[in-house]
Design a protein around this ligand. Sequence first.
Ligand code: HSE
Length: 284
Amino acid sequence: MLRISVPATSANIGPGFDVFGLAIEMKNEFVFSHADSFDEDNLVYQAFKRAYERLGLEPEPIKVEINAEVPMARGLGSSSTCVVAGVAAALYRIRGEINKDFLLDIATDIEGHPDNVAPAIFGNLVVSVMDESKVYYTIHKLHDDLKFLTIIPDFELATEKAREILPGVISRADGIYNVSRACLLVPALEVLDEQKIRVGLKDRFHEPYRKSLIPGYDEVKKAAIKLGAIGCYLSGAGPTMMCITTADNTAVFDGLSEYLKSAFPSWQINAFNIDKKGIVVIEE
Ligand code: HSE
């Protein structure tokens, strides 16, 4: 039996569209056991089979049970947890170990972009770049006093739908706007420089377009900042909004909980630390 846990991830982090992602301490757990045939078709099995195919092997049937904490289609990398777990299970079965770089290449090939799968594998904040068919990445350990508040709306938002509304072409001014802020943001998160984080989170590639799909986006963000959050961004393709705070975040958390109770009573708010481990595989 193989027990694999994979953390939730929050991609983009403002200006780093399809490049930045961070892992938080919320996870999906996958328990793989031997089977005589695949009992259904789901993303975990598809990823498992793709890894075998990539190595030119015939997939051996397996069964998976999932204990899910990560909500689906909310911008927290739920599908990436399935892809990473499926590929990891296959690699472990074939080779008795997991090469994380190889796992990243196969998982990115399946996902289409590396920004969720990379932190799901390595934990922390990961900057990842696709060059031809290989992923190049850097792992960044963020300041220990940073906390992340997830504000999860009560509806799903499909990534394809949230990508469809983005413009195909961006202006030079918007390109410079995002590249400069992306470069500022990562070191600012490492040393916890609040002012630079606030400026570095600003984005013109996706948030201005996607926020129209989330009722109350601007109001919730304004409330979070007013209550003392360092910043707030659209997590992945949304609809989850992620607020970055310092460790002393009781006022922001309590204030936002009160605000949501009256404005959006079925939305959920939770506080998380960054996940530093990434995927964990235990053979039992
Ligand atoms: N970078 C992706 C997007 C993340 O924003 O569409 C969602 O999977």
